[in-house]
Design a protein around this ligand. Structure first.
Ligand SMILES: NC(=O)c1ccc[n+]([C@@H]2O[C@H](COP(=O)([O-])OP(=O)(O)OC[C@H]3O[C@@H](n4cnc5c(N)ncnc54)[C@H](O)[C@@H]3O)[C@@H](O)[C@H]2O)c1
Length: 447
């Protein structure tokens, strides 16, 4: 059943009276995101985003509220919708509306509401788009190409028949791995119409957010959903990239009896083995798993042949891409029905009476059942996003000359974020002596 929402001139959210709770939660996040506060304070003075419209499709959490505040401080108009139907914190949406952000998001939104909200962001004709999974950018391109489908039809009810919304965009930024893969493929095909800054590819994002953020918050999501013990369990992680590494190492730290990794890539498989994980195909791992978490960015990682061999009461969840890593139609087909056992746990009864527990509808478990990445981690990712927006304004001409390319956020910006975070955490770096600098920069000196 669709969630009842409240609509105003600049919002569609769950409940505007949740503002006070949201403001308190925002304060909590602010005190844990020092780098973003430094940027915000500079933006208040310099107003680098004056008159700029930012259209963001992100997880609407307390951390995102801090990014929105930095954008507002810089003088931007901010339009925000959710990049996931389950991850929105409703109290934050109410607090953000009170701060002047245009917000279209609520927890448990259905597909119609999800695309209507994206439509509201597109309708604002943003100059800069910020995506987490490339939804806004993909739909703007689809409109321009004159393509239509169910999603476009929902959006057209909000924006009308114009197809030229993308013409207002100077540049975009993309927050996650899967979005970058899609946008790079569009660029390779000559289909991308404007530059995209690959926030996800910056060290300050993928070295920390994907590893430590996804690692901790996925375990948090599993625990909140199931309240099960991890110690003594057989814990399977599909994919040993940035996210999978984080989940697997934390499962080990929580005392899992065996941590098993499934991989398709030899280096990742070797690294998992040398990190002390077992590596085997999913067909084998599924037979012995108590918990399986996918983190691959690929589809159908858990499918029919795996459901057929799983143990009774196996918990399965996803920390990777949308809700496609677990093939839910296969699970539906093999089962006689499902029961909502607890929030975020649907128990499927298989035809042979085994029970399989699907966590968070197969959507990102760390955002569905927990609160996404901790604020301290998002401080890095969103500091990058704030500075990427400023960069897009300052370098509008250069970026527009680049056309449809996926570009890196400049190294100086990433280094600056890392330095500010070290300072905030009281980490003092060593410095090179002049002789050392010479040694490292000259091929004539040395061996
Ligand atoms: N949950 C979150 O909050 C969160 C945060 C960041 C990224 N992500 C998403 O998580 C996914 C993984 O991101 P990443 O940064 O770890 O990517 P990555 O490219 O570093 O790692 C993905 C790994 O999965 C492996 N893989 C691919 N298909 C596989 C399959 N069928 N079976 C087994 N292994 C397979 C790849 O070889 C690779 O090692 C992406 O979809 C990304 O968008 C989620």
């Amino acid at each position: 059943m669709a969630v009842q929402t409240e609509k105003g001139d600049n919002y569609e959210i769950k409940d505007i009276t949740l503002k006070e709770d949201g403001l308190k939660t925002m304060e909590w996040a602010a005190s844990r995101m020092p780098v973003l506060q430094i940027i915000k304070n500079r933006f208040i003075k310099e107003k680098p985003l004056k008159g700029v419209r930012i259209g963001a499709c992100l997880h609407v959490t307390k951390e995102t509220s801090q990014l929105c505040e930095a954008w507002l401080a810089g003088g931007a108009e901010v339009y925000l919708c959710a990049s996931n139907p389950l991850s929105t914190q409703d109290e934050i949406t109410a607090a953000l509306v009170s701060k002047g952000v245009n917000v279209y998001a609520w927890k448990f939104m259905d597909s119609e509401g999800y695309y209507r909200s994206i439509g509201n962001v597109i309708k604002a004709r943003p100059h800069i788009t910020i995506d987490d999974g490339a939804d806004v950018v993909s739909i703007m391109h689809k409109l321009k190409r004159g393509e239509t489908d169910e999603q476009v039809e929902i959006i057209k009810k909000v924006i009308g028949e114009s197809t030229d919304y993308i013409d207002s965009v100077w540049a975009g930024a993309e927050e996650t791995t899967t979005g970058i893969i899609r946008l790079q493929a569009m660029s390779d095909d000559g289909a991308l119409l404007h530059p995209i800054m690959a926030t996800n590819s910056s060290p300050c994002k993928n070295m920390f957010d994907n590893v430590y953020g996804t690692g901790q918050s996925s375990i948090d999501g599993i625990l909140r959903a199931t309240a099960d013990l991890i110690a003594s369990k057989v814990f399977v992680v599909a994919g040993y990239g940035h996210c999978g590494k984080g989940v697997a190492t934390r499962a080990k730290g929580m005392g899992a009896r065996r941590v098993i990794v499934t991989e398709i890539e030899p280096h990742a498989a070797l690294q998992a083995t040398m990190d002390g994980m077992e590596v085997m195909p999913m067909t084998e791992a599924a037979k012995i798993a108590d918990i399986i978490i996918t983190a691959t960015g690929c589809k159908d990682v858990i499918r029919k042949e795996h459901f057929e061999v799983m143990k009774d009461q196996c918990n399965i969840g996803n920390a990777g891409h949308f809700n496609i890593e677990i093939n839910i139609p296969d699970l539906e087909e093999l089962s006689t029905g499902k029961t909502q056992i607890r929030p975020f746990v649907e128990q499927y009864t298989m035809k042979d009476v085994r029970k399989i527990n699907l966590l968070g509808e197969g959507r990102l478990i760390n955002l569905a059942a927990a609160e996404g990445h901790p604020s301290e981690i998002m401080d890095l990712s969103f500091a990058l996003q704030a500075l990427a927006s400023e960069y897009a304004v300052k370098h509008k001409k250069e970026l527009s000359e680049m056309g449809g390319k996926v570009v890196q956020i400049p190294k100086e910006i990433d280094d600056n974020v890392a330095i500010l975070k070290c300072e905030a955490m009281g980490i003092t770096l060593d410095t090179l002596t002049p002789e050392q600098e010479k040694y490292l920069s000259s091929w004539r000196v040395g061996t």
